[in-house]
Design a protein around this ligand. Structure first.
Ligand code: ARG
Length: 457
């Protein structure tokens, strides 16, 4: 029998029941539902709506239910419409009439709005340390590779020399912004909607401030229609997670490239790669490919949420029940990706010799050669042109700027002197890039030290 059966003369069609039910996916919020109900009951008692005995019976019953659900002594009833109905019905079954009073001055609309906020707030609180752990893993790898020279790319063409440390720290910076977005999202989410009722508040003299305090919220919602129908916080979280996944996906794509025989910049630990069922030589970076793929899945969750909300008139509509699977999936997927990526990164072997060999080809010191001339007073545009001609000459002769004889340099410009060879050495090109944000080893060391603060617990 439904808790709302009074108005109805027929049982709900079984197929409709199944279609309508959300317990298969919202049961994961049982702790938050119970925590919210306890705060509500405590407040109802403090304003005189429940007696002390009723409140105690409710709190005791809810504690028991939570314990039994956690141990598995009590199973979720798949026939229950949702987690809210299930807990309330079970409470009433256990403690009788007091249980029936719990829902006074409350609607499932403000209840579910509360529960999702509590649930997602907990999720953010456990995601943040995980993102920090990934940030720390990046910093640690970077610290080991301050002088590991590699080509920096634009258009996936070798461009200028950088270090592997510098490259990794780019991702650390992205993660720092991701952390900022998660914290912002948590802040805006942390507003207490209970007391909004179904949509129009309530005539009961509720103490919303007390509920806010009991549940560690920063404020109470100020408009009951908005309180029950706002899902911005789900969208905001899905969007922060989408950006985070986009970062993980870019990194994954690079690892995939770096593992290939074409690059051979890194090698994944055997425990973090997979083989082929037919090609015995294969060692595949499946983990990173999956992360790249799952980024699309999280974007899909964001699109689901945005699309679900865009046409909804105020206030609650059942469409909004669809928020949960999408946002839960976005959170679960992101968590899974980060947890897998951390040990993969930690066990990844770097191949400095291969990175250096790649950096030594491709004329990635050409800008430095032009800068050498410019520093002798040659206008940069002219220096650029002369260097372009030198590169063309090297390509023609199958040599490099390092090996081209000085006489050839001087034929193109008299300002070239023997110290040009020092100026175009990879170590010089790197070591001189010391301005804030550049890849010189000591500059990156400073970056890593700054990043330690972003990721500290
Ligand atoms: N299971 C519902 C949801 O997730 C709870 C709110 C239902 N409210 C209602 N009036 N049908 O959105």
């Amino acid at each position: 029998m439904k808790l709302w059966a009074g108005r109805f003369s027929k049982e709900t069609d079984q197929a409709v029941n199944d279609f309508n039910s959300s317990i298969s996916f919202d049961s994961r919020m049982y702790r938050q539902d119970i925590r919210g109900s306890k705060a509500h009951a405590t407040m109802l008692c403090s304003v005189g709506i429940l007696t002390e005995e009723e409140k105690d019976a409710i709190l005791g019953g809810l504690t028991q239910i939570e314990e039994d659900l956690t141990t598995g002594a009590l199973a979720f009833d798949p026939a229950a419409e949702d987690i809210h109905m299930f807990v309330e019905a079970e409470l009433t079954r256990r403690i009788g009439d007091a249980g029936k009073k719990l829902h006074t001055a409350r609607s499932r609309n403000d209840q579910v709005a509360l529960d999702i906020r509590l649930y997602l707030r907990d999720e953010i609180d456990s995601l943040i340390p995980l993102v920090k752990a990934l940030g720390k893993a990046l910093c640690a790898k970077a610290g080991e590779n301050l002088t590991t020279v590699m080509p920096g790319y634009t258009h996936l063409q070798r461009a200028q020399p950088i270090t592997f440390a510098h490259h990794l720290m780019a991702y650390a910076n992205m993660l720092a912004r991701d952390l900022g977005r998660l914290a912002d999202c948590r802040r805006r989410m942390n507003v207490m909607p209970l007391g909004s009722g179904a949509l129009a508040g309530t005539t009961y003299p509720l103490d919303r401030e007390l509920v806010k305090e009991l549940l560690d919220f920063d404020a109470v919602t100020l408009n009951s229609l908005d309180g029950v129908s706002d899902r911005d916080f789900c969208i905001e979280l899905a969007s922060a997670l989408s950006i985070l996944m986009m970062h993980l996906s870019r990194f994954s794509e690079e690892v995939i490239l770096w593992c290939s025989w074409e690059f051979r910049f890194v090698e994944l630990d055997d425990a973090f790669s997979t083989g082929s069922s037919i090609m015995p030589q294969k060692k595949n970076p499946d983990i990173t490919e999956l992360i790249r793929g799952k980024a699309g899945r999280v974007y899909g969750d964001l699109a689901t949420l945005l699309t679900m909300m865009k046409g909804l008139p105020l206030a609650y509509n059942k469409d909004m029940q669809e928020d949960k699977e999408a946002i839960f999936d976005a959170v679960d997927t992101t968590r899974l990706c980060i947890s897998t990526l951390i040990p993969m990164l930690e066990t990844m072997t770097v191949k400095p010799a291969n990175m250096r060999a790649a950096a030594a080809g491709g004329f990635i010191n050409a800008t430095d050669c032009a800068d050498y001339l410019a520093k002798q007073g040659v206008p940069f545009r002219d220096a650029y042109k002369v260097t372009g001609q030198l590169v063309a000459l090297c390509i023609e002769q199958g040599t490099t700027l390092e090996e081209l004889p000085l006489a050839e340099y001087q034929k193109l410009h008299p300002a070239f002197a023997p110290d040009v060879y020092d100026a175009i050495r990879l170590e010089t090109c790197l070591g001189q890039r010391k301005v804030t944000g550049s890849p010189a080893p000591e500059t990156v060391e400073g970056q890593i030290a700054a990043a330690a603060k972003w990721f500290e617990d």
